[in-house]
Design a protein around this ligand. Structure first.
Ligand code: HOZ
Length: 433
């Protein structure tokens, strides 16, 4: 086959695909330059079409908890494809998957499989609306819940880096039904609920935000939301597409000990295959068709190959809880190395870290919401990103994305990451941010 470099591929891609990519963040617009095209990956490393090898901290935006191309998951997929790729009919593995999820996440009594996190959040909101008979929802500025119309209001991730947190194409009616509050600001949620009494169906939140960089909930914030939702009869939805099974076997809700009514899950539960799910309290979930009247469906939902990959990874996490200690240790070593670099260089950039998620913000103040995240020097981040890439470290190509760590990262990899970080920060000539 004719060899094409990343540069040539990107040129060709732009002729046939809008912007040359199938998801905006990949276009490197937030950091400048052209994207690299990935050929393969194994463990902690990705290899591009140009023959370069990188240590990577994206991990498919979360799911590669055990690193790329893990033997057990590969085998499960290879075994599953022998029996055809899709049936659009019930299969044994869907039951196994649902049982495993409900076993690992105590707040989930019943779960419905879909094909992506976006589908999961859209479906969960429809369910909450049907269940409560109300129309409005509350979301937080800078949180990203996929590209459903209701969520493209003050949205994070690619929506903010492309400068369209409020996307054209979303009708005024839909936008009016989405109320927004600053992350970590309980008082503003209280005010919204009081001003819209009896109208709010759901409050949806990333319990640890990963789409404005990694932003942690302040002490008492999630508990406060739980209490407010109870008081106002609002369905509390935790979007754990990035945090579910990553921060603990039961995600952020276990770490913070707060039970949502519904949870949305995504890519992680497919071990890298395209999957999503939403689940929660039995009385709410039983409102979905064919038990109840709220409709939601999909030919590829519960796809057998995706189920095989996901079950294998979740079962592994279930059987090996030490994975979480390992992830925390690897990430802490990395983060502490970067902190030491900042100290040596007299820099006071902010680092947010929890478990195997973290962000280095090019910002001297604390980052606890969208406004503080937006104070970052994104131009400087762009230089940093490109120089790190030149050093063989592939970071998320935006200041407003979290980094995800896998168990495949070795001590030598950490040393390479932290020493590259030192060299790059030193070379950036940071005067004033
Ligand atoms: N929305 C994803 C990050 N939060 C990026 C998805 C992708 O480009 O694959």
């Amino acid at each position: 086959m004719h060899f094409k470099s990343s540069k040539q591929l990107f040129q060709d891609a732009q002729k046939f695909i809008p912007g040359g990519v199938n998801s905006p963040v990949r276009a490197f617009k937030a950091v400048g330059g052209d994207p690299i095209f990935i050929k393969s990956a194994k463990g902690a490393y990705v290899y591009d079409e140009d023959g370069n090898k990188y240590i990577e901290l994206i991990n498919s935006w979360g799911p590669m908890i055990l690193g790329h191309a893990h033997e057990l998951i590969e085998k499960a997929v290879c075994d599953a494809i022998q029996n055809s790729l899709s049936f659009g009919a019930p299969t044994r593995r869907e039951v196994e998957m649902a049982e495993l999820i409900t076993q690992m996440v105590p707040s989930i009594d019943k779960v419905r499989m879909v094909n992506s996190g976006t589908e999961a959040t859209m479906s969960a909101v429809r369910l909450a609306r049907g269940f409560t008979g109300r129309t409005k929802i509350i979301k937080f500025e800078g949180c990203y819940h996929g590209h459903g119309d209701s969520f493209l209001i003050a949205a994070g991730s690619g929506a903010v880096t492309m400068g369209v947190p409020d996307s054209p194409g979303v009708t005024a009616g839909t936008a009016n039904d989405t109320l927004t509050a600053p992350y970590n600001d309980l008082e503003s949620v209280k005010a919204l609920l009081e001003a819209n009494t009896g109208q709010v169906a759901a409050l949806i939140i990333e319990p640890v935000a990963g789409n404005m960089g990694c932003v942690l909930p302040k002490a008492g914030f999630l508990e406060g939301l739980r209490a407010l939702c109870d008081e106002h009869g609002v369905v509390l939805i935790f979007d754990e597409v990035m945090t579910g099974f990553r921060l603990s076997p039961a995600g952020a809700q276990q770490v913070y000990n707060v039970k949502p009514d519904l949870t949305t899950l995504g890519k992680i539960i497919g071990g890298g295959m395209p999957v999503g799910a939403y689940g929660g309290k039995k009385e709410i979930m039983d409102c979905i068709s064919p038990v109840g009247p709220i409709y939601q469906a999909g030919t590829l939902s519960g796809n057998p190959v995706a189920m095989a990959a996901g079950i294998t990874m979740l079962q592994y996490l279930h059987d090996h809880p030490e994975v979480y200690t390992q992830l925390e240790a690897i990430t802490s070593r990395m983060v502490n190395g970067v902190k030491a670099n900042l100290n040596k260089l007299g820099l006071s950039f902010t680092i947010n870290h929890i478990g195997s998620m973290w962000s280095l913000f090019f910002n001297n103040g604390p980052v606890f919401d969208f406004e503080s995240a937006k104070k970052c020097n994104t131009a400087l981040f762009g230089h940093y990103f490109k120089e790190m890439l030149n050093q063989g470290i592939y970071l998320a190509p935006s200041q407003f994305e979290a980094l995800f760590v896998s168990t495949a990262i070795s001590d030598q990899d950490i040393e390479r990451i932290t020493s590259a970080n030192y060299r790059v920060l030193e070379s950036l000539k940071i005067n004033d941010i």
